[in-house]
Design a binder for this molecule. Structure first.
Ligand SMILES: Cc1cc2nc3c(=O)[nH]c(=O)nc-3n(C[C@H](O)[C@H](O)[C@H](O)COP(=O)(O)OP(=O)(O)OC[C@H]3O[C@@H](n4cnc5c(N)ncnc54)[C@H](O)[C@@H]3O)c2cc1C
Length: 313
């Protein structure tokens, strides 16, 4: 469902900053700024509005302006025992914090994607500024709202090349009361995955397996006891993540040791592999490439949104 609601003064003001003419780019926390290529230096830089607009813990949805940091959003949600699937700051300086809009535009998932779900599934509604400088709303603020073209899903991962995200409605997740990272050596990660009931994460570097066991304390103890049948597991911190992301199938990730000779960390059951080597150029599926080009020319006929960024298809 796509409706135009140009009635929110702050969004209308943001739309007028974006305008309808000339190259424009939007900056968040710049934690993934060069992803997809260098932006045209001539592009005007704008920043999305900030703040939490509405949070209904009982409904498990939150409406937030895109310039808000994920850190700030999660601090507000954690106070109600909730969180979202958006990735947050990992050990960077306080002024290097990713924003909600950046997280949606980039579409990277958290390390605990198994437990928290994907960014794409978390975005229920998006309000963005189109290339024509209009406020456009896509999707709906309720979990069950599947009618027509799914704009929110299209904008996730589009690197700001289809529209400038101003506000999103996100599904929230309950934060498990207990989360316990454990590490075991020389155990089969796929057996770990199938043995446990909904682990938050199963991560494997070819030798060690890190498991995020979560839930109520008794359940976490039971799951921890189950793991002992596979080998010795000890309490741990989450593992370090190599810098480069590779998109594989879950089956390929479970055999990542055959593909990577250096450091890697495979997310079992998900497919993402973080490695010390960058992913090679993606072989574009010709149909997907055509669809992407067609979408770009429909959403941004003059190529003014984030010129220079490419989605790699
Ligand atoms: C393994 C891993 C590690 C991570 N580590 C960190 C970390 O250390 N620190 C951290 O803060 N985050 C981290 N993240 C999260 C991630 O980097 C950010 O949440 C997000 O992807 C980038 O947000 P940003 O605001 O910095 O975007 P930016 O780097 O500012 O922008 C990235 C791209 O998105 C576009 N964009 C930004 N805002 C919008 C918008 N409103 N509408 C449309 N396009 C937009 C930009 O133009 C640019 O093309 C990590 C994620 C993962 C999966």
């Amino acid at each position: 469902m796509t409706i135009r609601r140009p009635n929110d003064p702050e969004l209308v003001e943001f739309a007028s900053q974006v305008g309808s003419d000339g190259p424009v780019t939007v900056a968040g926390g710049r934690t993934r700024w060069t992803l997809g290529g260098e932006v045209d230096p001539e592009a005007r830089v704008v920043s999305a509005p900030t703040g939490i607009v509405e949070y209904q813990p009982a409904e498990m949805v939150v409406t937030v302006r895109a310039g808000t940091t994920v850190d700030e959003l999660h601090t507000a949600l954690v106070a109600h025992g909730q969180i979202t699937a958006l990735p947050e700051r990992q050990g960077l300086l306080p002024d290097q914090r990713g924003t909600v809009g950046g997280a949606v535009a980039v579409g990277e998932n958290r390390l605990d994607r198994l437990g928290r779900g994907s960014v794409r599934d978390a975005v229920l509604q998006v309000r963005y500024i189109s290339a024509e400088g209009e406020v456009v709303t896509g999707g709906g603020p309720v979990v069950k709202n599947v009618s027509g073209f799914n704009l929110p899903k299209l904008l996730v991962g589009s690197l700001g090349t289809l529209g400038i995200v101003a506000e999103v409605v996100l599904r929230t997740n309950p934060l498990p009361p207990v989360q316990r990272w454990l590490v075991g050596r020389h155990v089969d990660p796929t057996r770990v995955r199938s043995l446990l009931y909904r682990p938050g994460a199963v991560l494997w570097n070819g030798t060690d397996v890190w498991v995020l066991v979560e839930g109520h304390e008794g359940d976490v103890d039971d799951e921890t006891a189950k793991l002992a049948s596979l080998g010795e597991f000890a309490p741990s911190e989450p593992p370090p993540t190599p810098p480069h992301r590779h998109f594989l199938t879950p089956a390929e990730a479970a055999q990542a040791d055959q593909r990577f000779t250096g450091e890697f960390l495979a997310s079992i059951g998900v497919g993402t592999v973080f490695a010390d080597v960058p992913a090679g150029p993606r072989v574009a599926d010709p149909v997907a490439a055509q669809v992407a080009q067609r979408a770009k020319s429909l959403f941004d006929p003059t190529g003014r949104l984030n010129p220079g960024r490419s989605l790699g298809v």
